[in-house]
Design a protein around this ligand. Sequence first.
Ligand code: TYM
Length: 348
Amino acid sequence: MTDLESKPRVFSGIRASGDKTLGNYSGGYRQYAATQETGDAFFCIVDLHSITTEFSPADLREFTLAGAAMLFATGLDAERSTVFCQSHVVAHAEAAWLLGSVTSFGELRRMTQFKEKSEGQDFVSAGLFNYPVLMVGDILLYQTEIVPIGDDQRQHLELTRDVAERFNQRFGETFTIPRGVYPEEGARIRNLQEPERLMSTTRGTPAGVVRMIDEPDVIRKKFKTAVTDSEKEIRHDPAAKPGISNLLEIMSVASGEPVAALERRYEGAGYGQFKEDVGEAVVALLTPIQERYRALRADERELQRLLGVGAEKARRASEPTLEAMYDRMGFVKPEAGRLFGAARPRGL
Ligand code: TYM
């Protein structure tokens, strides 16, 4: 067995929309960098997902390049991992269409992310409803075993497993059944002003959202004004003390110290000092990332070159699965030889 064969296949995706947050770091970036060490890893900037909610062409372009720069700035290495853009590998759009036939309307209607993102919107796109099917395809195309994600993506991952099993039963073994990997601490980072909500740039009070590219003083201020709980004790108890529990988890993510050790260290300390320390730990974490990010983002040609290398590897890796899907579903090939994939025009 070669080294590559013995490594589990890892896949995860991150949207090219809005500025990325400390929540994305906790459930996303840091897990990607860690799993790249142990697995044969694919990380995708899911630009096709980004057009399911309001967007502008200029934003899509900017967030795609920013997304690529941030993946490299947080530790992905283009040599070891395959980092690519979803729209550069046409198999993703095709897989979503095919898998739509084995995903039910009822399943999609139950998705909480759809309910949350469509609530109160004037225009809810059909794409937003179908979004999870595209995600199912992203994962299954690569025979993925491990999907590092945050807790908010759990329901989508469960759907992926259900759809994979259904397809396998109906058309024969085609897909590996993937497993979600969630961080032990920090799987759901919350808004600092509204600890009952997920930290996200699309929803919730902006003052409670720490962005990866926030200036150090902005970060300090956000932590200083973070909402805490009435009872003055630094203890991890998300149900009773959501504000302070969130800060403990953030401190743990930023410093690498387990929450239990932090509770001991801050026993008897005041909220003010603790909040200040959390802010400083986050500044220390993000400052070097921001420096690398700025250098990488400034060189668009190099980013595009790296994405080109990733796209080529991703095309090769996904092609056999897409071909097997078409074949097992009964699609006719026009002539002898390989026609799905290789015979089609590709590339941008
Ligand atoms: P996205 O772009 O919203 O988020 C990227 C990753 O960040 C995690 N995350 C969080 N983790 C902890 N606390 C938070 N507050 C927080 N906010 C975000 C997310 O769980 C995610 O892991 N649908 C996906 C993108 C996607 C995908 C995929 C992921 C498309 N195809 C295939 C995995 C596999 C999304 O919108 O993530």
